[in-house]
Structures are given as structure tokens and as C-alpha cells.
Design a protein around this ligand. Structure first.
Ligand code: MLT
Length: 311
């Protein structure tokens, strides 16, 4: 090390790491030991590009979108660290062309995202947010908020990777029967692998756990939502854009789906006229799947270690 304070030197000063989304202090502390950290969560537009032009590394979560146009400004950039799983907010092709390595943290969020899925499933099944809001308005309506049990119900998991697999185990412990659809998995100890149409027709609860990419964008469109069992529920803690949100809202209004829980939206935050904000029987959270103290710390530490290793 030759830089200031024993950091990663380039001869012309320390390596500069731009962090443009909120990052746990444990990761920032690791970075500061080795590099100069420009910590500006929420940075975007011209200011983001200006900061990027002087950075050797960029660390982001899901809030920063990195486009080919942004990368044209990144003259020194060598690595983008994604403190989380999804890399759909980075133009990977443009990064590769520019010789910029993109690293993610595939397993730090698994438990948090799986537990959030179960929390949303239970919130839907027992009408928790609606009952809470009604009670605060002076209500005491035990009949209107009668729920359903998870035990004995069929859960359909779309995408049986780390998070989907953990949801399968947790759901089995509730006594649910688990079906799953995943083109890359042929057998699983807890879930029966089936075609997507069968899963949609048979499941009482459907939960989405695949990445957003060219194959999965619009995977659940109007046709697929209509195939879902009458009175069933859908949960999306994966990515907006995989499910047609307008089709979900219409189905809820028509009384076909019993409830929808979404932690992710095709546009984040969802605009005021977003169809799910106006639909009945929804439980909506602001992309909280990975937002636990434990996951945020793990993500920040792992991404910091990876970025420093590349530098
Ligand atoms: C992820 O991709 O890791 C999660 O969606 C969490 C996040 O984006 O912050």
C-alpha cells in the first residue's frame, strides 16, 4: 500500500470508492481503512456522473441505476459492487464492454427475504394490516377479518434458488404442501417440481423468487393471473416487472384473487396512480425484503471485502 494512511495507493492518491446508496456502517468502516470513501446515498443525475468520473469503485444497492451513459463518464472505474443479489439495475453489457467488473452478494439476504415472504403471507392470510387499520379507526370487527390457515394449503414457488428454497423449508414447517417451478431445478427435498401452468392452477398461495431478466420479465401476465385458482393469493418479494401489476389489480377488483402482497414494484417508489395502490386486499411494503440489521451488515461487509479485493 502506498496511498495516504496506508491505503490502496495509485501514486496520485488513494483509491476512491463512491457509495451512492445507503450502506451499513460496518462496510463503510472496512472501506475507509483502505480507501477514500465518497459516501453519498441518493446521489443521481449530473452529480452522480461527476462523482463517478473520479471513482475507482462504485458501491450500490437497488436505489442506483447504472446505465451505459453513466458508464461513459466512469474513466477510472474498475469495479461495481452490488450490496445485494439483483444486478438488474446495472447495464451489465455496457459494464463488461468498459472493462468494469460487477460483483454482487448472492447469499447475505436469503433469510431476510424468505422471512419477509412468510410475514407477508401471514399478513394476507390473517388480514393483519387491514384489521389493524380498522381497529385504530374505532372498529372491532372480528367477523370481517376472519382469516385462513396456512396448514394444509398449497404453496407454489416460482424460482427455487436460495430464497425460494428457504421459503419452501419454512412453508413446510407450517404444514403447507409445496409445489415449485424452476427451469434450472429438477428435484428438491421439500418441493414437487411442476410446470408453471399446473402450479398456478393448484396453488392457494403463489410466491415469486426469480431474478428479473429477459426470460422472466412479464412471466406472470394477464393469462397467467387468470389461470390462478379463484380465492388464491400472490406474494412478490423478488422484482417488479415479473408480474403484470395491472392484471393483479383487475383480478383483485373482480374478486378472483383473494389478496396480493408486493414488496417490489416495476417503478420504485410506485407512482401515486400505481394500480396496486388503489386495489383492494393488498399488503404493500417499500422493498424491505433485505432490510434487516443482520442482512444489511452482512451485505455491506461482503461487498466491501470484494471491492477491496478487486482494487
Ligand atoms: C437484493 O437484490 O439484494 C434485494 O432486492 C435488496 C436490495 O436491492 O437492496
Amino acid at each position: 500500500p502506498a496511498g495516504r494512511g496506508g491505503g490502496l495507493g495509485r501514486g496520485d492518491g488513494e483509491m476512491k470508492v463512491l457509495v451512492s446508496d445507503r450502506l451499513h456502517e460496518a462496510g463503510l468502516a472496512l472501506l475507509r481503512r483502505e480507501a477514500e470513501v465518497d459516501y453519498r446515498p441518493g446521489l443521481h443525475g449530473e452529480e452522480f456522473r461527476r462523482a463517478l468520473s473520479g471513482a475507482d469503485a462504485l458501491i450500490i444497492r437497488s436505489g442506483t441505476r447504472v446505465t451505459a451513459e453513466d458508464l461513459a463518464f466512469a474513466r477510472r472505474l474498475r469495479v461495481i459492487g452490488r450490496a445485494g443479489v439483483g444486478v438488474n439495475n446495472v447495464d451489465l453489457e455496457a459494464a463488461t464492454e468498459a472493462g468494469v467488473l460487477v460483483v454482487n452478494v448472492p447469499d447475505a439476504n436469503t433469510i431476510s427475504a424468505a422471512e419477509h415472504t412468510l410475514a407477508l403471507m401471514l399478513a394476507l392470510a390473517r388480514n393483519i394490516p387491514a384489521a389493524d387499520a380498522d381497529l385504530r379507526r374505532g372498529g372491532w370487527d372480528r367477523r370481517a377479518f376472519t382469516g385462513v390457515e396456512l396448514r394444509g394449503k398449497i404453496l407454489g414457488i416460482i424460482g427455487l434458488g436460495r430464497i425460494g428454497g428457504t421459503v419452501a423449508r419454512l412453508a413446510a414447517s407450517f404444514g403447507m404442501k409445496v409445489l415449485a417451478h424452476d427451469p434450472y431445478v429438477s428435484s428438491h427435498p421439500t418441493a414437487e417440481l411442476v410446470e408453471l401452468d399446473r402450479l398456478l392452477k393448484e396453488a392457494d398461495f403463489v410466491t415469486v423468487h426469480c431474478p428479473l431478466n429477459a426470460q422472466t420479465r412479464g412471466l406472470l401476465g394477464r393469462r397467467e393471473v387468470a389461470l390462478m385458482k379463484r380465492g388464491s393469493y400472490l406474494i412478490n418479494v423478488a422484482r417488479g416487472g415479473i408480474v403484470d401489476e395491472a392484471a393483479l389489480a383487475e383480478s383483485l377488483r373482480a374478486g378472483h384473487l383473494a389478496g396480493v402482497a408486493a414488496d417490489v414494484f416495476s417503478t420504485e417508489p410506485p407512482p401515486p396512480d400505481h394500480p396496486l395502490l388503489r386495489a383492494p386486499r393488498t399488503v404493500l411494503t417499500p422493498h424491505l425484503g433485505a432490510s434487516t440489521e443482520e442482512a444489511l451488515r452482512r451485505n455491506a461487509v461482503v461487498v466491501a471485502e470484494q471491492v477491496l479485493a478487486v482494487l
